[in-house]
Design a protein around this ligand. Structure first.
Ligand code: HEM
Length: 88
């Protein structure tokens, strides 16, 4: 259902930076990871480092091999809107 995904700006992403309202972007997709905190093998503090931001680089630095796409399928919130996608 990719077409129904909402566009989310970096500003909006940054507003969801608390553990109980934690959004995180990886490769253009925005996920709500609040329900994943208790399962993250790297701990809550580590996961928190990526919250509210485009965490792609951070994620890849730590564990590029982890299949986040299938793990977070139900946590998908929308797509990250980048400046290059804005109308002129
Ligand atoms: C493990 C950090 C996001 C899934 C780890 C570990 C660290 C870490 C340091 C190693 C723990 C250890 O070996 O003791 C981070 C940071 C994140 C992040 C900074 C912020 C972007 C995520 C996300 C997922 C995830 C979004 C999946 C939805 C996992 C898994 C492991 C792990 C499956 C175990 C990997 C393995 O042992 O091969 N994480 N993590 N992490 N993390 Fe993350």
């Amino acid at each position: 259902n990719g077409n129904r995904l909402r566009d989310i700006s970096l500003d909006e992403l940054a507003q969801h930076k608390n553990k109980n309202d934690a959004w995180l972007a990886i490769r253009g997709m925005v996920y709500n990871v609040s329900s994943y905190f208790e399962f993250h093998p790297g701990g809550e503090e580590e996961l928190m480092r990526g919250v509210g931001i485009d965490a792609t680089d951070l994620f890849d630095q730590v564990h590029k091999w982890v299949n986040y796409e299938s793990m977070l399928k139900k946590c998908l919130v929308g797509r990250l809107r980048t400046d290059s996608m804005l109308p002129p």
